[in-house]
Ligand binder design. Sequence first.
Ligand code: T68
Length: 834
Amino acid sequence: APVKAAAKTSTSATQTTATVDKAQVKAFKEQVEKHLRTTIGTSPVKASKLAWWQAVVATVNEDIFGRLTDTQQTHAKNDTRAVHYLSAEFLMGRLTINNLTNLEKFDVAREALKEFGLDINEICEEEPDMALGNGGLGRLAACFMDSLATCNYPCVGYGIHYENGLFRQEIRAGKQVERPDSWREYGCPWEACRPESVQNIPLGGYVEKQTAPDGSQCSVWHPSSMIKGVPWDIPVVGYRGSSVAILRLWESRSTEQFNWDVFNAGGYVDAQAEKSLAETISKVLYPNDSTEAGKELRLTQQYFFCACSLRDILRRYKRSHHNDFSEFAAKIAIQLNDTHPTIAIPELMRLLIDEEGLSYDQAWDITSKTFNYTNHTLLPEALEKWPVYIFEKLLPRHLELIYEINFRFLNGPVEAKWPGNNEIKSRLSIIEEGEVRKVRMANLCVITSEHVNGVAKIHSKLVKENLFPDYAQLWPNKFCNVTNGVTPRRWILSCNRGLAELYNDVAGKDWPLDLDKCEVLKKYADKKEYQDRFMKIKHDNKVALAKTIKELTGVEVDPNAMFDVQVKRLHEYKRQHLNLLYIMSLYKSLLEDPDQDIVPQVFIFGAKAAPAYTLAKDIIFAINAVGEKINNDLRIKGKLKVVFLPNYRVSLAEKIIPAADISEQISTAGYEASGTSNMKFSMNGALTLGTMDGANIEIVEQAGIENNFIFGLSVDEVLELKPRYNPWDYYNADHDLKAVVDWLDSDFFTPGQPGALSSIKTSLLNNGDPFLVLADFASYKEAHQRAQKLFKDKAKWARAAMINSATMGIFSSDRSIRDYAENIWTLRSQIVKK
Ligand code: T68
């Protein structure tokens, strides 16, 4: 529908009062109108909001593509070393506000649209989220692209152009329902197709052994099919337009060979059917976070995007170095974002040996200097292992190379260090023996990579000491840490304009490039005037979120209440059910004494569960059922509300995080590799209520343990307790805990459906409570009491919130990227010439 002129300007939290240059506004306006007419084919009177958004993007793109060319010419001219970030996931979210912000055009665009009678925030709501990732790992890759561009590092991000990103979550009768997410149903105006860089990727078939005239053996792969990889480029603009990085995502298509040469029998109609097989490869993102599905299609996806990316890298390298590979490792660094792109290792070996004619030793020398691997989890169920039979079917030549790598490793360095020790050999082997033989992808990564890093100090220590202890003995210097970070451009500047203005005032305008500058706010943390301003910003954000909550759930919440937030994927180790048990106990105590003086609280959840993860889905249902009951219970006089916001995603996080008072980071110690929302919350002035896990430890190191609410068992205590843990002991010893756990078994929250929440109780008692929820319950409750007490003292709370926000400098992803560049990639930044 056309947008009515003079649309009301919303009182969104992203509003600023900065004055903007009139000439720039005029020029932007003219460009938008020009694009509306000549690119989109409509006019200001009849344009829909979608059309306006498209015209804005077209306007911004004019700016971006010029800078992209400058960037690429600079890098080509200098023949720079570059990093290639391989990731099966990039959770980019929306790009418009971020690109405008990075080009310092947001205020101009806002004013220009206002003159058309439009509200920029409403227009930008038209943009679908680019949700090509599950959670933290995918979002980290997106923040890293922003920092790579901002810090001017030559780079390319490589991934998969999924037709459907992570499912859209609907909540029906309290339950999660998954719906497809077609993020580019009407086209994505940011991306550019690059037909000149299409790749053909072989798959399947068999390997033939041939004897060369000199008597040496070689392998010839006869693939059974060919898939076409079509690249789509998404430019990522650095802050203040520094350089433009490219995210190149591969879409699978069928090739002529695929249809006719190989599957020759069928004729036209059959060939069309075959087409769908090739096109299935990039159809959908696997919605499993932290579990490994082991499906053939998933390995095909991994291989497909790695093979396309490596060919792309080789093509570019050969443009300046022809067939001389001696400089390859000096010019190319490849970072593997978890084990998902591991297949790139044997693929590079294969390309160098089979296609470029290098010897095995030459190929290995290059390959082992090129790759680095980042580990994101210690959970055993997430460590990828592929059955050998799947490799035999899809990638027989790669399997052969993996065997060769393994043979040389076990008989070389392992035999030298532990002569004749078969037990160690079987532990370190890439191949897991057993009924079904499997390829352990993490082992292949560690053996090949120059560096292996974890994503927070504690996690990196556990990677080295508990996950790969034997490898660490062999190569102690291979293991290192790079603590995660998040981009302050998206996670403060774009999503919290009020706070951004405060930092502009106290820290100058360069803080988005040097987040350490924000530390000056500490100086003002005791000053009432600044406390008031800080808390007014928070309050405005809470008012805006309350409006969103009302729109999305119908639940009315009071912005003066304490907003307690847990948003992240649903997983037992993240312990949303610990939070739920606490809410139930609070509710119980309010029912017992409705007049007690507690701080009014709103508990806010957002979480998607993997579609096959039944218990996770049961926990979502339980949160909704308990919330429904509590929100409608007049006896407690609105002192407690529980909301579950459906379809948690990047764009929703941008509304939630700036409005949080409490950030729930309550994983069982040792299980959350790092966490990254914990950093975003702190930056935006929330206090962490959390365990000593992942990056929480480093957050309180910066912000002070006294300014957060730390509880629960430590990593060492968990490791010590786990083998002798009995949840019944805790259940029987704590009346309150027993009462709430038993409550799950009644039909109090699910009238007429007794047992609807029992699976949670079963997991906690009969299935051993694998994540020690009951063991941490009492300590968790006590931490909440501390939080309540502090919240009542407005000045003290404001001070703690300000100190948290002010001390998050090291969690800028610019710092992470510089760590990678200096310690792992040995990469230098390049100033782009115009
Ligand atoms: C997350 N991992 C970690 N995995 O859980 C989190 N897994 O602690 C960390 O902060 C973050 O990575 C960034 O380092 C994930 O998000 C996945 O999404 C995933 C996806 C597919 C398969 C396995």
